[in-house]
Write a protein that binds this ligand. Sequence first.
Ligand code: UDX
Length: 437
Amino acid sequence: MDIGVIGAGYVGLVTAACFAKLGHKVICVDIDTAKINALKKGKIPIYEPGLDQLVRSGLRAKNIYFTANIKSAIAKSTVIFIAVGTPPKDNGEADLTYIENVARKIATEMPSYRLIVEKSTVPVQTGKRIEETIKAYNKKKIKFDVASNPEFLREGQAISDFLSPDRIVIGVNSKKARDILSSIYASFKAPIIVTDIESAELIKHASNSFLAMKISYINSIANICERCGADIVKVSKGIGLDRRIGKDFLNSGVGFGGFCFPKDLEAFIRISEKLGYDFDLLRSVKRVNDYQKILFIKKIEESLWVLNGKTIAVLGIAFKPNTDDIRYAPAIDIIKMLQNEGVKIKAFDPQAMKNAKTVLKDVKFCKDAYSAVRDSDCLCIITDWDEFKSLDLKRVKRLMKQPIIVDGRNIYEPKDVEKFGLKYKGIGRYYDRRHQD
Ligand code: UDX
């Protein structure tokens, strides 16, 4: 199949590289010529494990081709996936300018039948708008179909999520569109759910906000744990083993971040409002998530009493491990809040420091975790990178001015830390010192 992917961002690039691996001929387009030139040489603008090898092998096999020329991509591709950005406007709504531009371009440039597939996360009914736009600008009355095929990939494991998904969702309104998309995914083992376009669009919103809800729910339970002497790790396990609930996304911490959950949640609240429904539940999900960061600062304050003038080591800036992405990362807000209180920050992240330097001021970025903790009054763990799970705690204790760890991701067991003479605070953690099992 000749496939065009418009937009070489996270979703676009992974989609293009994975389709190329499956043997399709893929043209990936972006307006950013510097990015395209780098991609042509196999240089990947983001950190995503395995993506660089996949792109380079696609280039070698001549299955993937990068260009800034959208016209040629439209001319050569029967199926066009739209994976351009839908950034948030000031009011939280998704800005669909790029989608609309692409739709108009396809309308004027397509030489024959095209299947246009939404891959970006878009508000429900965008498919209908794309169809109307293409009809309005398609003077030659060339036949086309629009479809929705939402992507559920997670950063850091995007390739395996793409190639081994739990399900494939295809929203179509013609048999031809259904047949084409089904054949593209024919080699996948996952169940294919075929729906109308609106339902497919809604599946994406509903999935993301459900997962965000799970996180805010468990964080609320963690806050109750702290007040009643229960331990969230045990409570989570006890809840998650109920198959109706499931154990994933029940890790309490400083809250969710990243470019999807916060943005998509906000957009879904706005869409619901526009549709005449007040999705109060989701507004609470957001409120709980925002408050989690403030509670984290309060925990540090409880340990240090006065924040002003203290030095805090922050381990982890990325919104989660295995990515260099700092968009809506809890660490960024937490660092800024601490700086407002007069705290000096020393920080380390295995991948995200280059990006962090562009948004954070007056932070001492360190070469490793131990340089960050040296002479600090408190160590805050904000991202659960694997390498932070096996710190030499004896060394940490020796290096710190005050031996205090505030663990925003519950990567340590309180008793394992306290035996090194370090004071420990997690999120919703409690253990009865009489029964140290
Ligand atoms: C998410 C969705 O999972 C994915 O399906 C969608 O396509 C895009 O958005 P991603 O943003 O890459 O993917 O990250 P994810 O792994 O889902 O984590 C999101 C945030 O939730 C992170 O900040 C993570 O630390 C936090 N999280 C996750 C928790 O706080 N607790 C958990 O139990 C799970």
